[in-house]
Design a protein around this ligand. Structure first.
Ligand code: NAD
Length: 437
């Protein structure tokens, strides 16, 4: 099939590439000329494991193309995926300006029956909005062109996006005619995914499901984070509590029961904000979602307090090493990263910051050009008063502690992911604070 993806961002570049791998002709369109030029030269503008080889393979096979020419892409496509960003607006609602812009492009250039699919995470009611914009536009052109708008929310995760696509457990589809052409074509598009259940549902359910899924996961994260802070006060061990909880068959074995420095990334924060607003708009108290967001902010701030505690409550001109800046490991995505909150607080107190991340430093440099960016973790801890671990890259879980001792000015470690063995560090005379103590 001929497929266009409009918006070649973090997840949609993967989605488009994987659709090409299934032998579809895919054009990834973006308004960012630099990004498209880089992609044409096989320079992948984001870090996503396993993606680079697939892009090269499918581009070489002429199945995957990159373009800024939205008109030509719309001209030749059977299916158009709208995959632009939906960041939070000032009131917490998703900002729909990019989606509206794409709908405008579609009515201007559509010239034959086309299926338009919303892949961006969008609030309930977006189907009507897109349908109305395109219908009105086509009428304005004095034309009669058939089209269907379908909803097909995306569940890929950054870091494991390629495998998530190949092993999707579910594909959710909605279109106004359940047995119509659009649903049949989308089912055909995803049919090579052998272990995937294709759910055809009603419109509002399709648009709600993604927000519900992300909000449920975020609630779990904030709940365990709140419990971790209680554990700290009561001298209990949150890891042990979580381990025992998992033994209870009523608790979902994949539940998020690991204390984090707070969730970040492009999805959880903005989707929980939007979902909370949707509750408010419908006059239903959104207490659980607001509490989830509040706990998340407190959890990020709590890391800063731990740094202060280790540095005798005085951060002026102290050197703090922030290790790993992205919102999680194996990505270069820094959107809503907990590191941002910690670094802002440290800067307010005039601390000197050295930092390191294997993939996210360039993105961070755009935001904070004046920090001291180091080439590896050992350079980052040199002359440092405190080492702060924000994410959990596997390759850094067993560092050379003797070397670190020889390099640091003072032996202080804040481990916001509990990746190190506390007893090992305490035996080496480190002052160590993890998530529970
Ligand atoms: N990132 C994830 O893990 C993830 C997972 C599932 C769903 N989603 C959803 O997918 C959507 C996109 O997320 P993302 O993280 O990929 O965003 P992103 O910001 O990385 O990418 C959006 C892209 O759209 C482009 N764009 C904006 N307006 C355009 C236009 N008019 N024409 C062509 N291109 C345009 C931008 O230049 C940018 O490259 C969001 O709704 C998000 O909630 C994201």
């Amino acid at each position: 099939m001929k497929v266009t993806i409009i918006g070649t961002g973090y997840v949609w570049l993967t989605h488009g590439t994987c659709l090409a791998e299934l032998e579809n002709d895919v054009i990834c369109v973006d308004i960012d000329i630099n990004k498209i030029e880089q992609l044409k030269q096989w320079i992948i503008p984001i870090f996503e494991p396993k993606l680079s080889n697939l892009v090269i393979k499918n581009h070489r096979a002429w199945r995957l193309n990159f373009s800024t020419d939205v008109k030509s892409a719309i001209d030749v496509s059977d299916i158009i995926f709208i995959a632009v960003g939906t960041p939070p607006g000032p009131d917490g609602h998703a900002d729909m300006q990019y989606v509206k812009q794409v709908a405008q492009d579609i009515w201007k250039y559509i010239n034959k029956y086309t299926i338009i699919v919303t892949k961006s995470t969008v609030p309930v009611g977006t189907w009507d909005m897109i349908t109305n914009i395109i219908s009105a536009g086509i009428r304005y052109r004095w034309m009669q062109i058939d089209f269907d708008v379908a909803s097909n929310p995306e569940f890929l995760r950054e870091w494991t996006a390629v495998d998530d696509f190949k092993n999707s457990d579910r594909v959710v589809i909605w279109c106004n005619d359940e047995n119509g052409k659009a649903v049949q074509m989308l089912k055909r598009l995803y049919s090579p995914l052998k272990n995937t259940e294709i759910l055809v549902t009603d419109m509002y359910s399709a648009e709600l499901i993604k927000y519900w899924a992300n909000s449920l996961l975020a609630v779990q994260v904030s709940f365990i984070n709140a419990i971790s802070r209680l554990c700290e006060k009561l001298w209990a061990d949150v890891n042990k509590v979580a381990k025992w909880l998992r033994l209870d068959w009523r608790i979902w074995h994949k539940a998020f029961l690991t204390a984090w420095p707070g969730f970040g990334g492009s999805c959880f924060p903005k989707d929980v904000m939007e979902f909370a607003q949707t509750f408010e708009d419908n006059w239903i108290p959104n207490g659980i979602l607001q509490a989830t967001l509040d706990i998340n902010e407190q959890q990020k701030y709590a890391i800063f307090i731990k740094i202060k505690r280790l540095l005798d409550w005085n951060l002026e001109w102290k050197t703090v090493s922030i290790l790993w800046l992205a919102f999680k490991s194996n990505t270069d995505d820094i959107r809503y990263s907990p590191s941002i909150v910690v670094i802002n607080e440290l800067l307010k107190k005039n601390a000197k910051i050295k930092c390191y991340d294997p993939k996210a430093m360039n993105n961070f440099k755009n935001m904070y050009p004046d920090l001291d960016y180091c080439d590896d973790m050992y350079i980052a801890v040199t002359d440092s008063d405190c080492m702060v671990v924000m994410t959990d890259w596997d390759e850094f879980k067993q560092p050379d502690w003797e070397k670190i001792i020889s390099l640091m000015k003072r032996k202080n470690v804040v481990d916001a992911r509990n990746i190190y063995d506390k007893s090992v560090l305490i035996n080496m005379w480190f002052n160590y604070i993890g998530v529970w103590i």
